[in-house]
Design a protein around this ligand. Structure first.
Ligand code: SPV
Ligand code: MG
Length: 290
C-alpha cells in the first residue's frame, strides 16, 4: 500500500494495530500492508491508561519505532490532538518528521477517555474541532492523510449528529471519516455508511462488533477496517499465562515448547544482516579476499 493510499483506497483494506517495534514487525511479517498506531495499545505498553496520560512526545517516539521496524504506512491515533488547534498541528508536524503516513483526530476534549470506558465522553464543539482539522490540514496537507474521527455515537448522540459532524469535518478538509461505535452489532456504522454515501472514504473499528463478516463491509463500500488492539490483548493473555506458569512451577520446562525460540527472535530482526554488515564494514579485507 502506498502511504498516500492509507484509508483512501477503493477496495477494502485492513490496518493492523501496532504499539511498538516488535508488534509492528510481527504484523508486517504476517502480511499486513498498513498499520494503526493505537493510542490504547501504546498507552498500555507504556503502563498508562488511555486517557492522555502518555505525552505527545512519548507517542511520536513510539511511532518512529513502529515506522522504522515495519517499513509500512502507519496511520497514527492522534487522539484529540492533545489540546487545541495549536497542539494538534504541533503533534502532526512531529509525526510527519517521524515518517507517519496519516493521523486520525477524534472530536473529543482533552484529556480524552478511551471510547469503551463507560463514562465521560464530552464532545468537542463542531466549529472548534473543525478549526483543529483545518490547522492540521494547512500544516501537513501534502504529506499526511487526515482522518476525522466521530465520537458522537460513542457519546450517546443520534445519527443526525454524527452525520452533521461528518459533513462539517469534510468541509474542513478531512480526507476520510472514522465512525466509531460501541455496539456489539455493526448496525450503527452501516446506517452511517448508507446515509453518508461515500462523500469521503469510511473507516471503521469493529472491536465490539467482531462477529460481522467482512463481506458486509465490502458490500457497504467501507474503505478501511482497523483491527485496533488485538495484538496487545493477545500479548496480555500470553504474558499472563507464562508468568503464572513460571511462578507456579518454578521452571520454564513446560512452557518452552509454546514460546518463540531465540532463533525466531534473531530472524525477526535480521541478525544475519548485521553479521554480513560486520564482515563488510568491520573486516573489509576479509570481504575483499572472498
Ligand atoms: C485505539 O486503538 O486507541 C482506538 C480505538 O482509539 S478504540 O480503543 O477502539 O477506541
Ligand atoms: Mg485511541
Amino acid at each position: 500500500m502506498l502511504r498516500a493510499e492509507i484509508c483512501c483506497r477503493r477496495e477494502l483494506s485492513f490496518l493492523m494495530e501496532a504499539h511498538d517495534g516488535l508488534s509492528a514487525a510481527i504484523a508486517e511479517r504476517a502480511g499486513f500492508k498498513g498499520l494503526w498506531a493505537s493510542g490504547l495499545s501504546i498507552a498500555c505498553s507504556l503502563g498508562y491508561r488511555d486517557a492522555n496520560e502518555a505525552s505527545w512526545s512519548q507517542l511520536v517516539d513510539v511511532v518512529e519505532r513502529i515506522v522504522e521496524s515495519s517499513g509500512l504506512p502507519v496511520l497514527v491515533d492522534g487522539d484529540g490532538g492533545f489540546g487545541n488547534f495549536n497542539n494538534a498541528r504541533l503533534v502532526t508536524r512531529s509525526l510527519r518528521q517521524r515518517g507517519a503516513a496519516g493521523v486520525a483526530l477524534e472530536d473529543s476534549c482533552f484529556p480524552k477517555m478511551n471510547s469503551f470506558v463507560g463514562h465521560r465522553h464530552p464532545l468537542a464543539d463542531i466549529d472548534e474541532f473543525s478549526g483543529r482539522l483545518r490547522a492540521v490540514k494547512d500544516t501537513v496537507a501534502d504529506d499526511l492523510i487526515l482522518v476525522a474521527r466521530i465520537e458522537a455515537l460513542i457519546a450517546g448522540h443520534e445519527m443526525d449528529e454524527a452525520l452533521s459532524r461528518a459533513h462539517a469535518y469534510a468541509d474542513a478538509g478531512a480526507d476520510a471519516i472514522l465512525i466509531h461505535s460501541r455496539r456489539s452489532t455493526a448496525d450503527e456504522v452501516l446506517s452511517f455508511a448508507r446515509a453518508w454515501q461515500n462523500r469521503l472514504p469510511v473507516v471503521i473499528v469493529p472491536t465490539k462488533y467482531y462477529l460481522t463478516p467482512i463481506s458486509v463491509y465490502r458490500k457497504a463500500s467501507i474503505s478501511t477496517v482497523i483491527w485496533a488492539n488485538q495484538s496487545m490483548r493477545a500479548a496480555i493473555a500470553a504474558m499472563r499465562q507464562v508468568c503464572g506458569r513460571i511462578i507456579a512451577e518454578e521452571s520454564t520446562a513446560s512452557i518452552e515448547p509454546h514460546i518463540a525460540t531465540l532463533e525466531e527472535v534473531f530472524e525477526l530482526f535480521k541478525y544475519d544482516e548485521l553479521a554480513r554488515a560486520e564482515t563488510r564494514y568491520l573486516r573489509p579485507d576479509a570481504e575483499l579476499r572472498k
